[in-house]
Design a protein around this ligand. Structure first.
Ligand SMILES: [Zn+2]
Ligand SMILES: [Zn+2]
Length: 193
């Protein structure tokens, strides 16, 4: 049985990041666009992946990795109840935590085109103990890359997400020159004190 990867990551999504969520496409509505932050069957927001979402039908055998709440909704069940809160930007009532769906979509649309992060796999790393290195990384850790490995060019990178449970893949973003200079500045300030 195939296992689906979770939806593409976005810091503005609020659907459970360990699952692939379904996007109910009501008749007469356009299908959700890949890369957009859209409402899932379980009434959260997730990024629409590339490619068709076909081979899932209510009666057929489902691939692994699907959100159980989305599957329940697809089979006629109710989505889970989510607490009502107030959006910190527009003050609307929302069921999406601190930000409402529209404010999350706005933030996502700004972020998505400029996201510069890539996935780094253990197999990309030829450093000694590359797989161990990846397993020990957490979000926010920095990696100095000295030579091109896989998709990652030399420079200073920061971990933005751990992609798989065994940490064989992490998502990294290259630090900008300004960010590196700011880091050097603070390190110098600390040593000179
Ligand atoms: Zn779901
Ligand atoms: Zn809002």
């Amino acid at each position: 049985m195939t296992k689906l990867d979770p939806n593409p990551r976005s810091p503005h999504a609020d659907a459970d990041p360990q699952y692939r969520h379904l996007f109910p496409a009501p008749l007469f509505f356009p299908a959700p666009q890949p890369g957009a932050l859209a409402l899932t069957g379980c009434m959260a927001l997730a990024v629409v992946p590339d490619g068709p979402l076909s081979e899932t039908s209510p009666d057929g055998e489902l691939p692994e990795g699907l959100c159980p709440d989305c599957v329940a909704v697809m089979r006629g069940g109710e989505p889970p109840a989510r607490p009502v809160t107030t959006c910190r930007v527009c003050s609307e009532r929302t069921r999406h935590g601190g930000l409402c769906a529209l404010c999350r979509q706005d933030a996502h649309e700004t972020w998505w085109p400029v996201r510069a992060d890539v996935v780094l796999s253990a197999s990309d790393i030829e450093l000694e103990g590359g797989d161990v290195l990846l397993q020990e990384l957490a979000v926010g850790d920095r990696i100095e890359i000295e030579k091109q490995i896989g998709p990652v060019a030399p420079g200073l990178w920061v971990v933005t997400a751990v992609e798989s449970e065994d940490s064989s893949r992490v998502r990294v973003r290259r630090l900008s020159r300004e960010e590196i200079e700011a880091l050097r500045g603070s390190a110098c300030a600390q040593t000179s004190e």
